[in-house]
Design a protein around this ligand. Structure first.
Ligand code: KIV
Ligand code: ZN
Length: 495
């Protein structure tokens, strides 16, 4: 299918190379299953020769996942290829991804070799891989900085040797969209047997151009794109899956992917949580603020017609609705929207009066929540919401973490204790025992304001409750207290 772009996901290989983001086999299987549901065509499951853990993960992912092709990475080395073939033995559909450096920099400094020798090794690696599997992908590492004539010769030789896919990586993220696109075009036009293989692109984000370069590669003939969820990966990361997929969908370039876009958001959160890698709030498509509107003009525009300020319907990526955040910059339309949601119907005159009070409050308080709105309306609330009166945690090793929490709810005090797998978990469980609301934690983001260990920690939470998405924020020098404050902030919005 000429108009299909194959999505090759390398979250579990290149993505997992991020320092501090290593996953165990169970976590990798969970992500692999989510990728299968998302609809990726190929899962790069690991680099089997690199460690027994990676080898084992490829075996277990091969058993757990049936639909996508399972791919294992190797260098152009027989031992690597043997290990990859062995690790793929349970895969229903399998691919070996072998390759070698193609730029003169790699040839000279990494391999201390010459172009002829490297070409020979490339061809041998493909031929050797073919003994084990039919589907062999070859990567010309650092192709982004390679001599174009030499790269074309390498591509032609590996296709002759049996490569079914040829990967042209911009390993160092050096290219511009125009130059990368030109390279792909040159290969498409100058490699005689190019129609016998699929050209793949694999771009890194060192200059923030990974997505742009990938799209340019696709527009010039590549039909496989190598991506990671949330764009995680070595250094500045890889091309982000969600960006490429939504660009192709939004721009209707006549190219399709197999991705069920409604699963993008949940997959993104799963990867972020399991890899303990927070997503920057303004990250395209999946960041917390990607569909949040805060300025008055934009809020008014979105409330009149979503398309005024949104090019993607948040529901298309699995986010229930765009959010209208109440801040000092919000206009009357946003305030009216939230008051209506809470059941208040105000005349123009009443709204003008409340809006004046709202602006005064918003100048003092960053985020205006529902209880603030009730108070603004002048309603006598029978509740002051939930307030944290006391928090005490016992944690460490080898003891089981325990939290004691005292809350004031509707002016009544409750004191409970609970265990958990950590101090935050124990404290949340204690709060749950009192409040008895079933919240699904979708995002838990901890940030230090500066780098010192005595600094204030900020916690952002995103929870799902009865089809609604709620956000909570807490700050404290004690990160457990900040977390509980954020949790209570959410609960106050929910009730
Ligand atoms: O960036 C790169 O060149 C790679 C290859 C191993 C495909 O990750
Ligand atoms: Zn890479």
């Amino acid at each position: 299918m000429k108009n299909k772009v194959y999505i090759f996901d390398t979250t579990l290989r290149d993505g997992e190379q991020v320092p501090g983001c290593q996953l165990n086999t169970v976590e990798k299987i969970e992500i692999a299953k989510a990728l299968e549901e998302l609809g990726v065509d190929i899962i790069e499951a690991g680099f089997p020769i690199s460690s027994p853990g990676d080898f084992n993960s490829v075996i277990e992912i091969s058993k757990a996942v049936k639909e996508p092709v399972i791919c294992a990475l190797t260098r152009a080395v027989k031992g690597d290829i043997d290990a990859a073939a062995e690790s793929l033995k349970y895969a229903k559909r399998k691919r070996i991804h072998t390759g070698i450096g193609a730029s003169d920099i790699h040839i000279k400094y990494k391999f201390k070799s010459n172009r002829e020798d490297i070409l020979k090794r490339a061809v041998e690696a493909v031929k050797y891989s073919k003994k084990f599997v039919e589907d062999v992908e070859f990567y010309a590492e650092d192709a982004g900085r390679a001599d174009l004539e030499y790269l074309a010769k390498m591509v032609e030789s590996v296709i002759t040797a049996g490569a079914t896919v040829v990967n042209i990586p911009d390993t160092t993220g050096y290219n511009l969209p125009s130059t990368f696109g030109e390279k792909i075009k040159f290969l498409m036009n100058n490699v005689k047997n190019i129609d016998k293989a699929i050209i793949s692109i694999h771009c890194h984000n060192d200059l923030g151009l990974a997505t742009a370069n990938s799209i340019s590669g696709i527009q010039n003939g590549a039909r496989q794109v190598e991506v990671t969820v949330n764009g995680i990966g070595e250094r500045a990361g890889n091309t982000s899956l969600e960006e490429v997929v939504m660009i192709l969908k939004t721009h209707k370039l006549g190219l399709d992917t197999n991705i069920n876009t409604k699963k993008i958001f949940s997959t993104s959160r799963l990867v972020s949580n399991l890899m303990r890698m927070p997503i920057q709030p303004n990250k395209a498509i999946v960041g917390r603020n990607a569909f949040a509107h805060s300025s008055g003009i934009h809020q008014d525009g979105v409330l009149k017609e979503r398309e005024n300020y949104e090019i993607i319907d948040p529901k298309d990526v699995g986010i229930q609705a765009s959010s209208i955040i109440l801040t000092a910059r919000s206009g009357r339309a946003a305030l009216y929207h939230h008051l209506k949601r809470l059941g208040y119907k105000l005349s123009e005159k009443e709204l003008a009066k409340v809006y004046k009070k709202f602006l005064e409050l918003a100048d003092k308080k960053k985020d205006i929540n529902d209880s603030d709105l009730h108070i603004l309306i002048g309603e006598k609330l029978d509740t002051k919401g939930i307030q944290l009166e006391l928090l005490e945690v016992v944690c460490g090793t080898p003891i089981k973490p325990m939290a004691t929490v005292k809350l004031k709810v509707h002016d009544k005090e409750y004191l409970v204790a609970a265990n958990g797998n950590g101090p935050v978990d124990a404290a949340f469980k204690a709060v749950d025992k009192i409040v008895k609301k079933k919240l699904d934690l979708e995002e838990f983001l901890v940030q230090a304001i500066t780098e010192g260990s005595d600094d204030i920690g900020k916690v952002h939470l995103q929870v799902k409750y009865k089809n609604g998405m709620y956000y909570g924020f807490g700050a404290d020098t004690d990160i457990v207290v900040a977390s509980v404050k954020a949790y209570i902030d959410v609960l106050n919005k929910v009730i």
